[in-house]
Write a protein that binds this ligand. Structure first.
Ligand SMILES: Cc1cc2nc3c(=O)[nH]c(=O)nc-3n(C[C@H](O)[C@H](O)[C@H](O)COP(=O)(O)OP(=O)(O)OC[C@H]3O[C@@H](n4cnc5c(N)ncnc54)[C@H](O)[C@@H]3O)c2cc1C
Length: 437
């Protein structure tokens, strides 16, 4: 004992051992917690990342957690048995902050996985696709994130302005910009700055994917330089603040965006293209696609579908409290929307599905919807089709019977047309990546 007291080295050794034991305890608790998160996500079918994501080299990773701390999303990366891995793969949005933070160069960013290919269109360094005159900017090209989309929107417009001969017949646009997400907004600002004869068409509303974020979502981004606006000093904000900023920019700069106009086809013609929407056709010298990767929702094509009470995605269940809601569809997103709304006070929820049973839905959703049907929280109408939507009612046909149901809101969850189909129809080459850069 007296030897130990006389030799300060022992004190350091003991303190180090206590610290190491503490670290091991904390690490093994975190490892168990991350294993549980991963198992739960795999059970839920959330095991595949949407697009760009990290893969970790086990030989180089020492479980230092630098990537865990650097990831701006919550609980997406975890460390299990001293090796980093995605524990919530489908929530990875490809920030890439993990790769930059890794001190051992153990991370590679890739598109898709062995199980799930991700379609990436071919684009040149100037953002031109395999069809000369059609350009792509933003997430559709593979790189996610708001700042990247803004940068690419600007650069693609610069390339377009450098290639076309402006002026001539006014009825032929210099460029038609498709989509008003971050890429489309930046491209529209750049087109106006460069005095191009432009047209921006958006099938939904301003903001793109950001508009569909959950209420109050914290958005991580980086300062941006916008044409006609200048530097936007922003790193962390909310969905609402960002949308408000874009609305202000739209009003202040006077850019023109046509909303609720979806582009259905792009066909080549002499010296340019014809861009088609459900109602009109536009001639243009070039096209810039900033349509993201979510695709276009499938419509029912029934009278009244353009009423403001109709939505194609549930964003905030609370806004439906006290309302009579019709949800249309039989997939997981329709079931989840109906269940979430039925949990709000005072709601009356009807689910209309054209088939006789729910097939291909998660077991958990099937059980929850059955329980909601049994307890009469949700009325399910199998073999039914919506015939008409009116301000305060909907007409639903089931077999020989026609029901006029009182209604305040409709959510249509009937799947969608993926951007790949759209691109291929326009003749653009698309490569499917299975876990490669
Ligand atoms: C849950 C979630 C959280 C995220 N969090 C962050 C974050 O914190 N920070 C960050 O930087 N990024 C975040 N991202 C990623 C970011 O939202 C996207 O990378 C970014 O919005 C891509 O911009 P975009 O303009 O390329 O496409 P989008 O934002 O997807 O916009 C595409 C637009 O095109 C429209 N469109 C599509 N097809 C047509 C058509 N045929 N005709 C007309 N219009 C059409 C769509 O309606 C849409 O408005 C997140 C993504 C998700 C899903």
């Amino acid at each position: 004992m007296s030897d130990l007291a006389g030799n300060p080295l022992w004190i350091y050794v003991i303190v180090a051992m206590i610290l190491m034991a503490g670290y091991a305890l904390v690490s093994s608790r975190a490892s168990r917690r991350h294993s549980k998160i991963l198992e739960a996500n795999l059970r839920e079918g959330l095991g595949e990342p949407a697009s760009l994501h990290p893969v970790f080299d086990e030989k180089k990773c020492f479980g230092c957690k630098a990537c865990v701390s650097a990831c701006p999303e919550n609980n997406v990366i975890g460390v299990i048995n001293n090796k980093a891995q995605l524990v919530n793969p489908s929530h990875c949005i490809g920030h890439g902050a993990c790769k930059k933070a890794c001190p051992f160069d153990a991370i590679t960013l890739v598109f898709g996985s062995a199980k799930r290919g991700v379609d990436i269109p071919f684009v040149s360094a100037e953002f031109e696709t395999s069809v000369p005159g059609i350009y792509i900017a933003g997430e559709l090209g593979g790189m996610g994130l708001i700042r990247n989309a803004v940068e690419q929107g600007k650069q693609a417009m610069k390339a377009i302005a450098g290639k076309i001969k402006p002026g001539g017949d006014e009825s032929i646009y210099d460029v038609v910009i498709v989509g008003a997400g971050p890429a489309g907004i930046a491209a529209t600002l750049a087109a106006k700055e460069k005095k191009l004869n432009y047209l921006t068409l958006e099938q939904d509303s301003l903001g793109g994917t950001v508009f569909n974020f959950p209420r109050g979502k914290i958005v991580m981004t980086a300062p941006m330089n916008l044409p006609l606006v200048g530097k936007i000093k922003m790193t962390e904000t909310t969905k609402e603040a960002l949308l408000q900023l874009w609305k202000k920019i739209e009003a202040d700069t006077g850019i023109r965006i046509h909303y609720n106009v979806g582009v259905t086809a792009i066909d080549p013609e002499s010296n340019g293209f014809v861009v088609s929407t459900a109602r009109q056709k536009y001639k243009t010298k070039t096209v810039l696609l900033g349509i993201g990767r979510r695709g276009s929702p499938r419509k029912l094509n029934v009278p009244g579908e353009n009423l403001p009470k109709v939505a194609y995605q549930l964003i905030d269940p609370e806004e439906y409290a006290g309302k009579k809601v019709l949800v249309v569809g039989g997939g997981d997103s329709a079931l989840e929307a109906a269940l979430a709304i039925s949990g709000q006070p005072g709601t009356v929820v009807v689910l209309s599905y054209r088939s006789e049973a729910f097939s291909r839905v998660k077991e958990k959703n099937r059980a929850r919807i059955q329980e909601a049907m049994n307890s009469k929280r949700i009325q399910v109408m199998f073999n039914s089709n919506v015939r008409q939507i009116e301000n305060d009612s909907v007409t639903v046909v089931q077999g020989e019977q026609v029901f006029c149901i009182r209604n305040d809101a409709v959510i249509i969850s009937a799947g969608g047309v993926l951007p790949t189909e759209f691109l291929k129809k326009a003749g653009i080459n698309v490569e499917t990546k299975y876990g490669t850069a």
